[in-house]
Each structure stands twice: as structure tokens, then as C-alpha cells.
Design a protein around this ligand. Sequence first.
Ligand code: FES
Length: 114
Amino acid sequence: MATADANPSVQEIELGAEASFTDLPYPVEIGRDDYFLVRDKTGAYHLLSAICPHSWGQIVRWDNCFMCPDHGWRFELSEGICVNGPRAQMYRFEVTVREGQLYAAIPDDRTTWA
Ligand code: FES
């Protein structure tokens, strides 16, 4: 996995060949952090952080959704929108496709995650 620095505050992470991600959502580990590679309704790829936007619990795949066991928030699988609680969404990062490879853009500073 290669890392480039186009913007000093955003890391561009090479995830691998698009063809290798056949079964979405696909769990992705970057450093010590867990994510899920997903596609939204338009077909665009995104990386959803497994860190819960409520109080930083660890989100897991659970049946037909993502779920945070700390307080039970559940999120749908394509955009990480909360389906059983307040208006919330999993932290989501852009993924681009270049020459058949997927690249995720993740800000270094977690306080900027929204
Ligand atoms: S920390 Fe995830 S639901 Fe509260």
C-alpha cells in the first residue's frame, strides 16, 4: 500500500486494484484504523470509518447494516447514514479511481472529520 502527499493535511492512500474489491462493503485496514469500502447510489466509491460519529465506538458489520455496539446506532451500507437514531452519518472519505487503482483521501487531523 503506497502513500502520497498531494496535500499536507490529507493523505492519499492507495487501496489497490478496483477489480480486487468484488464484495462490498469491503473491510479495509489503514495503519491501526478500520474502514469499509462502499459504493453509493451513484456508483461512487467511498471509505467509511469504523469510528462511530456518536462517541467513537467501534462500528462493525452486522446483518444488513453497520452497527455500533456501544449504544446501538445502526447505519445503512452504501453511505453510512444512521437509520435508527439522530441525523448522523459515518465519517466518509472520497475514493477516486485512476488507471484501475483506488485511492482514498483521508485528512490527517481527525478533528476535521465531519
Ligand atoms: S459510540 Fe457509537 S452509538 Fe454511541
